[in-house]
Structures are given as C-alpha cells and as structure tokens.
Design a protein around this ligand. Structure first.
Ligand code: NAP
Length: 337
C-alpha cells in the first residue's frame, strides 16, 4: 500500500491537530500541502507537516494539485461546502470535519454530487463512532441480549464557552455529536425532536440559553433525553446510559485513578474534547487512510452528514417553538446502504 498524500484545507485548531497526527503518529499518510485563507495559519500548519509541504491560499489549487491524492477539510463549517464539492468534482477522497455543511440543502447537494460520481468519496468527522466506549456499547446493543433500547440518558457538558457561542450552537456544534453517534448506536433514524429551556445558569453570557434539554425520538421508538450544559464549570463531562428491555448499558468514562485523601474519595474529570477524544481522532483518521487505500468509506458518510443536519435544523426550530418538530428526509439511497 503506497503512502496517501494529503492536502489539508483549514489550518486552525483542529486542522493543526490533524496535521500533527497525519504527519507523525499515523501510518500510510503524508501531508504534502496545506491551504488556509489566513496566510500565517497556513505557514504554521506547513511547519507542523512533513518536509517540503506546499502552502496554498486557494481551494481549487490545492484540490487539483496532482501531488495531492486526498483532502482533509478543517475550515469552519460555513466553508466546508466549497472544499468538499471541489474534492468530489476532482474525484478525490475527502475527510470533512463535522458538520458536513451548515445547511441541509448544501449537504444534499454534496450527497447528489457524490452519487453522480458513482464513487464513495466523502467521510464526515463524527469521531465518537471510533471511541472505544461507544464501540463497546454498540457491540452489546447489537448482540441482542439486552433487548430493545427504550430510553437513552445523556449529558454533554463543557466547563465554559466564549461569547461567540450561541443558543443555536448548542445544537449545531455540541448536540450534533449525539445526533450522529446515537443514530449509529441504535441503527435507527430520528422521527421527532423537542427542546426544553429550563432555568438559566448565572454563568451563561447574555443571550445564551444554558442548559438545554433536548429530546429526540427514533422511528423505532427509543427516546433520548440529552442535557447540553456548556458552562457547567467542573469539566468536559460526557455520559450516556442506554436503558434496554433486559438491562442497562453505561458508557465507560476515561479511566483516572480513584484517590482517597483528606477524608475524600475522588476521581478526575477530563478538561476538554481534545483530551477526552484524543484516541478516537487517531483511530478515526487511521481508519480513513486505510479505507481510502481500498477505495471505500468505512465511517460516517455524506448521507449521515445530511441527516444529522436535517435533525439539527429540526432541533433549532424546536428551540424556538418549544413543541415537537418532525425530522423528515427521504429513504436512505441504495448507494449509502
Ligand atoms: P478554527 O480554529 O477557527 O480554524 C479554522 C481555520 O480555517 C482558520 O485558520 C480559518 O482562518 C480558516 N478558514 C476560514 N475560512 C476558510 C476558507 N474559506 N478556506 C480555508 N480556510 C479557511 O476552527 P476549528 O476549531 O479548528 O474548527 C474547524 C472545524 O472542525 C469546524 O467545522 C468544527 O466544527 C470542527 N471541529 C470538530 C471537532 C470534533 O470533535 N470532531 C472539534 C473541533 C472542531 P481564519 O482564522 O482567518 O478565519
């Protein structure tokens, strides 16, 4: 298997994390080019990449560089569509950080463009599917001995957020991970969703509703109750319990030692998403490199990106109406089954 020569579009926080792992930690890949609208950012990205890495300021130039076999898109969400479309049109595999696009119409355009090529080219960065704990939960659910999943209780808590974080981002940036990973865990699609705004924390900035309770019902009847609380103050705290007909399954937390001191028993909580899911990003991108070599997409595909966005749209609507909103999209195309 030859080395996959990668072009990275967007050299911000996660772009640079991915450049480091693609260049130093993972096998079978090399970052040969980077692109960013912010020149200094691109140069910083290139400095972290393999020797001789080219620097571009134009999406089409990096995508169509004959030295670039595949693309990784890590720009902010609003710029994903242009980059992914350019890669699909060039017939090159592309890994796009979540969300696939910021509107469901744009995601659908990518789905249609990919299907028109007849090749599986797009993977979306929903890395929780690569987390060991979620994978173990899926094996147990799929094993069938726990019976039907009935209720899923989740928390998605962060220490704090900056002033640019909006009420809608609780859905589009934060809950989007549960929208995808729980759909995958259940092997089911979402039917209707609701958001309940409770008492606000004094720690939220002006105009931000925090915490929010999101309810999602699947077509098969499972009900999710998700607490999104992004100013919790105490840690990056991801929990998930699936209540089934014959027992319950709880997501294992990262293992920190439990210590006894000063008449207290305590265990650390992770501080942020980079640390909590660090291994998942490695496993995710290694799997992408390996599957690209086989001409496959193993992970979340463009259709998953599209239906996550349709669900997010319904949740954003539900934030405003307070009532249940339907999640509606057509049947999964045969191409994605
Ligand atoms: P970021 O730090 O703002 O980095 C984005 C970079 O892309 C910046 O350098 C930005 O330049 C550049 N950029 C903006 N518009 C561009 C364009 N049209 N073409 C090329 N580059 C452009 O953002 P981030 O935190 O890394 O997030 C990037 C993406 O990753 C987002 O979609 C985010 O949702 C996703 N993400 C996923 C996870 C996960 O857990 N899977 C975690 C974090 C982030 P300027 O600064 O000049 O605008």
């Amino acid at each position: 298997m030859g080395t996959l020569k990668i072009g990275v579009i967007g050299c911000g926080a996660i772009g640079r994390e991915h450049i480091k792992r693609l260049s130093n930690r993972l096998t079978g890949s090399k970052v040969v080019a980077v692109m960013d609208v912010f020149e200094e950012g691109a140069k910083k990205g290139a400095a972290m990449a393999n020797e001789g890495c080219k620097v571009y300021s134009d999406i089409n130039a990096i995508v169509n560089d004959p030295d670039v076999d595949a693309l990784v898109v890590t720009t902010p969400g609003f710029a994903h569509k242009d980059a992914v479309m350019a890669a699909v049109k060039a017939g090159k595999p592309v890994f796009c950080e979540k969300p696939l696009c910021t509107t469901s119409d744009d995601c659908k355009e990518i789905v249609d463009a990919e299907m028109a090529t007849g090749k599986h080219l797009v993977q979306v960065g929903f890395m929780r599917r690569y987390d060991r704990g979620y994978k173990q939960m899926k094996e147990l659910i799929d094993g069938g001995t726990f019976g039907k999943p009935l209720v899923i209780k989740c928390t998605h808590r962060a220490i704090n957020v900056d002033d640019s974080y909006t009420t809608e981002m609780a859905v589009t940036d934060t809950a989007i991970h549960e929208i995808d990973v729980l759909h995958w865990l259940l092997g089911d699609d979402w039917k209707k969703v609701q958001v309940i705004m409770g008492e606000n924390t004094k720690n939220a900035h002006e105009g931000l509703a925090d915490p929010q309770i999101m309810i999602m019902q699947s077509k098969g009847g499972a009900t999710v109750v998700l607490e999104v609380y992004v100013n919790c103050g105490f840690g990056y705290d991801i929990n998930c319990e699936v209540v089934c007909e014959e027992g319950t399954i709880t997501l294992p937390c990262p293992s920190f030692p439990t210590v006894r001191k000063d008449c207290k028993i305590s265990t650390d909580i992770e501080q942020n998403w980079i640390l909590r899911f660090i291994d998942s990003y490695d496993v995710e991108l290694q799997d992408w490199i390996d599957s690209v070599a086989k001409g496959e997409v193993n992970g979340p595909n463009a259709w998953d990106g599209y239906i996550a966005e349709v669900t997010a749209d319904a949740l954003v609507k539900a934030q405003k109406t307070g009532t249940f909103e339907e999640v509606s999209f057509g049947d999964t195309p045969a191409f994605y089954k």
